[in-house]
Design a protein around this ligand. Structure first.
Ligand code: G4P
Length: 312
């Protein structure tokens, strides 16, 4: 699955963000701690190699703590990058974040430090900004009818926040990344079916967290395949069609909602070790696509030559 989901306003917002970058003193990227790699914006990282960079791994209440630590160590290998693991839903980390901003970018000549807050939709940017501002700020959003452009929020402590809309990049070429974004809820439901996500989620849990399935669904003997698992849960939850067959769509929705809500325990969908292999996979997919495109163009040129020859 390669998701191509890039509404027009995201293109505009992305351009606007890149244009403002030279004015920015510190970049704050909010990530989903369950998927720190798949929820990172590769372009911003590349554009900001020289700038102080704070990666906030949020939703740690839903993430595997050991894996979150691995990611923090991995990200902090880059000299100007610092990380914080947060649970914005339950804890206010304002002081820690403000101290870190001041440490990375001390104020110059009484001017405000401009800190850009970026991140894909649904990672917790608004929750963070409300927390730092100490009040509710209208969402700079990815939804229609809310502020779409950037907005500045003066924290009145020498720091000015630059709030940017949630942006997903134009094409998510890594199939694993697409599934992880869908499963955790970053990509809106319209783009991917719950059934596809549930197969992915069930396979992942069977491999990495089988004990959580046993505990949550009271299963004595785990099945081998994701379909069997969903059928078992479906039968248990009474998701049945006429004739007694399991309604896979219904059980998939239940399963994904439970997973997203943390009912299967804190999860880590990816570790830093996956990066290399997945980048290689993306390179192969790209090369194959380019080869197919080349062949298509060659065939089209050959057809045109033949048609021209026939006309003579
Ligand atoms: P965004 O601006 O990046 O799009 O994200 P936003 O702050 O709107 O947060 C998206 C959802 O994630 C919200 O839930 C928010 O409450 C939730 N959230 C933020 N931080 C955390 C966290 O640390 N842990 C957990 N579990 N959830 C978090 P919602 O259902 O959309 O709204 P609501 O529950 O606040 O009503």
């Amino acid at each position: 699955m390669s998701i191509q989901w890039y509404p027009g306003h995201m293109h505009k917002a992305s351009k606007e963000m890149i244009e403002t970058l030279p004015l920015v003193n510190v970049v704050i990227e909010v990530l989903d701690a369950r998927i720190p790699y798949s929820s990172s914006n590769p372009f911003i990282g590349e554009l900001c190699t020289e700038k102080p960079y704070i990666k906030l791994l949020n939703k740690t209440d839903l993430a595997d703590p050991e894996i979150t630590l691995q990611w923090q160590e991995y990200f902090e290998q880059r000299s100007n990058t610092k990380t914080l693991a947060l649970d914005l839903k339950n804890h206010d980390p304002s002081k820690q974040i403000i101290d870190l901003i001041n440490k990375l970018s001390p104020q110059k000549e009484g001017r405000n430090t401009l800190a850009m807050v970026t991140g894909i939709p649904n990672v917790g940017k608004s929750t963070l900004i409300n927390c730092l501002a100490g009040k509710h700020i209208t969402k700079t959003g990815d939804e229609p009818a809310v502020t779409k452009g950037q907005q500045r929020i003066n924290l009145r402590n020498g720091i000015m926040l630059l709030d940017t809309p949630g942006i997903l990049w134009p094409k998510i070429e890594n199939p694993q990344g697409s599934y992880r974004l869908g499963t955790t809820g970053a990509i809106k439901d319209t783009a991917v079916s719950y059934e596809d996500l549930a197969y992915f989620g069930a396979e992942f849990l069977l491999e990495k967290y089988p004990e959580r399935l046993i505990e949550r669904y009271n299963i004595l003997q785990l099945p081998k395949t994701e379909i069997e698992l969903l059928e078992l849960i479906g039968a248990q939850r009474g998701c049945l069609r006429a004739g007694g067959r399991v309604d896979l769509e219904r059980v998939s929705t239940i399963f994904i909602n439970e997973l997203r809500a943390g009912m299967l325990g804190p999860l880590g969908f990816e570790t830093p070790e996956v990066i290399e292999a997945e980048l290689e996979q993306v390179a192969i997919i790209k090369a194959e696509k380019e080869e197919r495109e080349k062949l298509r163009l060659e065939k089209a040129a050959a057809r045109r030559r033949k048609a021209k020859a026939n006309r003579k």
